[in-house]
Design a binder for this molecule. Sequence first.
Ligand code: PLP
Length: 398
Amino acid sequence: MTGNGQTRGSVSPPPTPIYLDNHATTPIDPRVLEAMLPFLTGKFGNAASQSHPFGWEAQSAVANARSQIARLVGASPGEIVFTSGATESDNLAIAGVAEACQAKGNHIITVATEHKAVLDTSKHLEKHGHNVTYLSVGPNGLIDLEQLEDAITDKTILVSVMAANNEIGVLQPIAEIGKLCRERGVLFHSDAVQALGRVPINVEEMNLDLASLTAHKNYGPKGCGALYVRAGVRVDPLIFGGGHERGMRSGTLNVPGIVGFGRACEISLEEMPEESCRIASLRNRLRDKVLAELDGVLINGSMDHRLPGNLNMSFLHVEGETLMTGLKDIAVSSGSACHSDKVEPSHVLKALGLSDEAAGSAIRFGIGRFNSEAEIDFVASRVVEAVKSLREFSVSSD
Ligand code: PLP
């Protein structure tokens, strides 16, 4: 026995529940909370109040956060428009450009595997006279650049392609798409929510005109997002009022949230290179341990073009929802968390060509900053155990 009562050589299991759903949201980093707290207490001024120190203090905190966010994506601070989150940013980018560019055309190109915030905004615009092309993806989740090039017409006003997919973590070739859009004179928007702080994003190198960002996927608070809008690009507002944010998004700024968002981006700028390697090695450890013990496992989406912390696996002959029930002490997702109240095969997995059965047996693991090797080992053994027992049960009840 050791001093703490453990048998020598045995390792105590990590505390549960274990959070492996970092694509749905991330916990707030304590350093982010520390930056926010003064703005939830004594520093409560309105950033639009020009006439007293409370307002000036808030204004200067917002300006600092704008610079921190801009620096992480290679933008100028004035190109960051604060919103309530990426759902609003996606809506603003797509509907705002559609309205602003009516005279030029009515055609938008996006991808079948986008987040619902992009797909549903596109569907809404279709009802109001716009034409939308939904590009398909290959079995690896990547779009075909030639297909994109062929889809662009003289009526195309916008191409919207996400940087990293929220279910399968696949990274689209954003720099190549940006180059093509710039050559063809078409605006390029990317939902960069899942990429922010996880892989490098540079609006200049990638020729991005618009990019949707959100704080809560990067260890910041919920309800705070931004849209990068390249200087000179016109976006008509969806929300009217006091003319905040260069007239693109009226409403009193969420100062504590914005301060937290800024601090979260500052941390990412410094720590992303080391952190992404550490997280990728945890992800690979989980994958390797599971594959060493189980047959009939599919990895959904390209392993070569993928977020460091993402693993999406189908466990054939096992219902994903049932498997999750068997993994009560592990927080994962069986589809996209944003619409997981609907139990339907994921539109992303279906777009890769998966059968309903394979899509229905998928689990998304999202590894993040606060996960440890001990947690990964625990999860791997629990998954293996749960899949084996469900498969045995289904054979014995056949
Ligand atoms: N886009 C992607 C790719 C997402 O993963 C999410 C959230 O799940 C959103 C947009 C919506 O972001 P928000 O929760 O900030 O509205």
